[in-house]
Design a protein around this ligand. Structure first.
Ligand code: ATP
Ligand code: MG
Length: 138
């Protein structure tokens, strides 16, 4: 069993796509072990995406991530990391495979609906960033 962190980004929540994303998670046999809605401050967004701090899009990305409500979830399942990244599709929606969340809904490389951890160490950091042990029902 693997755990990964999923975020429905501010564009996904604002566009009313949360239900659609959660439906796809359920249909694809992910167990939602924890979930909450919150809004990050700019400084929390910078901490979350610290690995990208030297990238040219860092300021814009962290402004965007702090611009509205997000839904944060812990997903559990066999190969959850890889399977969830597959369900999201490529970062750039133009390169995402048919039937993926980003292919179906994203219209911008930055505002791409969802986030998913990219490896086991990142997942552990990201889960700890948002959840304490009492909030994980899994
Ligand atoms: P995420 O980490 O959000 O799940 P990802 O792993 O597919 O997405 P990363 O390379 O980690 O992509 O980039 C993090 C986020 O930064 C992307 O999801 C997107 O919102 C934004 N981003 C990535 N590349 C660009 C870019 N070239 N221009 C603008 N924003 C970008
Ligand atoms: Mg990433």
């Amino acid at each position: 069993m693997e755990r990964t962190l999923s975020i429905i980004k501010p564009d996904g929540v604002a566009r009313g796509l949360a239900g659609e994303v959660i439906k796809r998670l359920e249909q694809n046999n992910f167990k939602i072990a924890a979930m909450k809605m919150l809004r990050m401050t700019k400084s929390q967004a910078k901490g979350f995406y610290a690995v990208h701090r030297k990238r040219p899009f860092f300021e814009s990305l962290t402004d965007f991530m702090a611009s509205g409500s997000i839904i944060v979830m812990i997903l559990e399942g066999e190969n959850a990391l890889g399977r969830y990244r597959e369900l999201m599709g490529a970062t750039d929606y133009r390169e995402a495979a048919e039937g993926t969340i980003r292919k179906d809904f994203a219209t911008d490389i930055e505002k791409n609906i969802v986030h998913g951890s990219d490896g086991p160490e990142t997942a552990a950091f990201e889960i700890g960033y948002f959840f304490n042990s009492f909030e994980i029902t899994g």
